[in-house]
Design a protein around this ligand. Structure first.
Ligand code: 13P
Length: 244
């Protein structure tokens, strides 16, 4: 059976004092039912804090990106091996904000996924169409192009991936894909993953997930959990989503 997973993506938010309160509230409120996992992906400078706050708890942590390079003259980059030293289980790759603002192409995203896998970190590979692409009717073509790049890079390690479908028009907008709309894309992704040997890969939905819409989304056949932005910054709301 595929595991259920809810991951918080803090994006570029946080501060030492606020993080301490948030991390301890999340850890205290999470009783880790069988088959369910909870994780937070924090900005790089807070990885040590997350590691200290969460290592004795049942909440996992990770980063929001990772370099495709192993080591060397890459100013500003952070390698997968460094993430391992800080206990990261996950690294998000290919988030739409990275693709949109920082030039992450399918090839770069694939290389980042490969770099994470090579050190034992689970990449959470994000795919999703823009509003313009949805209106042009190319949603399926876009998400398949994005997933195929990552699947090819993963090769025999495909079962170690996590994939998140995040329609760009639903991120931070308050506009969620309806459960049925999300399920259509998830079914497409599931079929592609299954044909490549990745039938067990957890498939998360992200984009304006809140406590009041999470249960309906997570009830869909091919939705195994969520990648949560804004709502992951409030412990009560994040835990309510995780329990949904
Ligand atoms: P919001 O939940 O704030 O819409 O963000 C979703 C997201 O981008 C998670 O990676």
């Amino acid at each position: 059976m595929r595991g259920k997973l809810v991951v918080g993506n803090w994006k570029m938010n946080g501060g030492l004092a606020a993080n301490a309160a948030l991390l301890s509230a999340i850890a205290a409120g999470w009783n880790a039912p069988t088959g369910r996992e909870l994780a937070v992906c924090v900005p790089y400078p807070y990885l040590a804090q997350a590691q200290a706050a969460l290592s004795e708890t049942r909440v996992a942590w990770g980063a929001q990106d990772v370099s495709e390079h192993e080591a060397g003259a890459y100013t500003g980059e952070v390698s997968a091996r460094m993430l391992v030293e800080f206990g990261c289980r996950y690294a998000i790759v290919g988030h739409s904000e990275r693709r949109q603002y920082f030039g992450d192409t399918d090839a770069i995203v694939a290389a980042k996924a490969r770099a994470a896998l090579a050190t034992g970190i689970t990449p959470i590979a994000c795919v999703g169409e823009t509003l313009a692409e949805r209106e042009q009717g190319v949603t399926e073509a876009v998400v398949l192009r994005q997933i195929d790049a990552v699947v090819a890079a993963a090769g025999a390690d495909i079962a170690r991936l996590v994939v998140a479908y995040e329609p760009v028009w639903a991120i931070g907008t308050g506009r969620t894909a309806s459960p049925a709309e999300a399920q259509v894309v998830h079914a497409t992704l599931r079929a592609r993953l299954t044909s490549a040997g990745g039938q067990s890969v957890p498939l998360l939905y992200g984009g304006s997930v809140k406590a009041d819409n999470a249960a309906a989304l997570f009830a869909m056949t091919d939705i195994d959990g969520g990648l949560i932005g804004g709502a992951s910054l409030k412990a009560g709301e994040f835990l309510a989503i995780a329990r949904a």
